[in-house]
Design a protein around this ligand. Structure first.
Ligand code: AMP
Ligand code: GLY
Length: 422
């Protein structure tokens, strides 16, 4: 069987690597992929025009692709999954309607209110004047969010009214996020610890994946600018069995049922970004996809077949799937280009020391092959991932792997996993 993965990040390398290990899979294509997916066994990169759905469909038909897994949010929000399913191609990812849960903060916040899903209080505005007036009525810190997709940069935490005003000016007047900023959500600042709760969903069936936690901030100690994620680990000790049950009851079940009621039944990875404080949970956001870098440490622990899991979901047969996890802990440390998440340089040659340990894996993200050499090609470049008997050991092994990677301007946090260890 042949599989196509859409995307080019560390998440997609992990999805491709895991798919390629399936004995029923003969070939994995990744579009556009990276140097890591180019080097993976049974796997090759293919440069499809991701804006041209017809060309993707034609490729799937020519190659007799039996499963497409769509990694990033953009093609999902644009309706790629609907298009492929309508052409009888097995596509794992939510419809355009369901993907609004990530594609529009106003949609998701209104949805939370309608279905009683716990979240921060908020108001939504489509113009500067009303949003600005509102700033006088609220407490600080507050959070200003661009409504649409902004690659993780559209959330601004404001300590006072002046900062909030600046945020509104940059969104409404300077158009910092283009169309994604045509509306804003202003919501209460929540304190606590964040966790990522990711599940595979098919209509009302939910298989929770192993729990995980991400480190979003650029600097050690979780300070500095927000990024797409600088490292993650699984399991997340904060999500106890009792809390997991609460998350299922208060968040996941009402969400998938609400989506069915809205006529957007969900299919795909569903990711709840949660704030947890004293066993109280609030949803910060939903993503309509697997997390990056959470995918890397989570899939490194998955022992059962990913391809079978996706196909069971597509065929409405999730009840029959037995998910199996490695009991070990995993930790993934992102190696980024210096300057990320702001401007950074690319095209740096990378040297990687060889390793044989099957409990460590260097997932590529922003890399490319040129003349048989590997070059950097993005902000987040690698995710060094390892298994260990406990999180501490997984962390040590992941950092050991980080030490085998060299390129000019490599930057990584030194404390990934500390929240789980403390
Ligand atoms: P989002 O894209 O909505 O998940 O926001 C990105 C990040 O901003 C989250 O992972 C949090 O670290 C932070 N954040 C978002 N909303 C809030 C909030 N209401 N209170 C505190 N932090 C928040
Ligand atoms: N790691 C956070 C995300 O994938 O959005």
């Amino acid at each position: 069987m042949k599989v196509l993965i859409i995307g080019s990040g560390g998440r997609e390398h992990a999805l491709a690597w895991k798919s390629s290990q399936d004995e029923n899979v003969s070939e994995v294509f990744v579009s556009p992929g990276n140097a890591g997916t180019a080097l993976e066994s049974k796997t090759s990169n293919i440069n499809l025009d991701l804006d041209n759905f017809e060309s993707i469909k034609n490729f799937c038909k020519e190659q007799d692709i039996k499963l497409v897994i769509i990694g990033p949010e953009q093609p999902l929000v644009q309706g790629l999954s609907d298009y492929l399913s309508n052409h009888d191609i097995n596509s794992f990812g939510p419809s355009k309607g369901a993907a609004q849960l990530e594609g529009s903060k106003t949609f998701s916040k209104d949805f939370f209110t309608k279905y009683g899903i716990p979240t921060a209080s908020y108001a939504s505005f489509d113009n500067f004047k009303d949003a600005h007036n509102y700033l006088r009525k609220i407490n600080y810190p507050t959070v200003v969010k661009a409504d649409g997709l902004a690659a993780g940069k559209g959330v601004i935490i404001c300590q006072n009214e002046i900062e909030a005003e600046d945020a509104l000016v940059s969104i409404f007047k300077d158009n910092a996020f283009g169309n994604a900023g045509s509306r804003v959500v202003i919501e209460d600042f929540l304190e606590g610890e964040e966790a990522s709760f990711i599940a595979v969903v098919s209509k009302d069936k939910i298989i929770p994946l192993a729990t995980s936690q991400d480190h979003k901030a650029i600097s050690d100690g979780d300070i500095g600018l927000n990024t797409g994620g600088m490292g993650a680990y699984s399991p997340a000790p904060i999500v106890t069995e009792e809390l997991e049950k609460k998350i299922m009851d208060e968040v996941m079940v009402p969400t998938v049922n609400g989506l069915i009621a809205e006529k957007f039944p969900y299919l795909g990875f569903l990711y709840a970004g949660l704030m947890i404080k004293d066993n109280d949970i609030k949803v910060l956001e939903f993503n309509c996809r697997f997390g990056d870098p959470e995918t890397q440490p989570i899939l490194f622990r998955l022992e059962s077949s990913l391809v079978k899991l996706c196909l069971s979901a597509i065929n409405d047969d999730l009840d029959a799937y037995q998910i199996k996890w490695n009991e070990k802990h995993s930790c993934g440390v992102v190696i980024a280009s210096n300057g990320y998440p702001e401007s950074y340089e690319s095209n740096k040659e990378v040297n990687i020391e060889e390793y044989e340990d099957t409990e460590i894996k260097l997932f590529h993200a922003g890399t490319k092959m040129q003349d048989d050499k590997i070059f950097t090609n993005g902000g987040r470049v690698f995710c060094a991932t390892a298994l260990g008997n406990d999180l501490k050991e997984a962390q040590e092994k992941a950092y050991n792997l980080v030490g085998k990677v060299n390129f000019d301007g490599a930057y990584f946090r030194k404390d990934i996993g500390y929240k789980g260890i403390k």
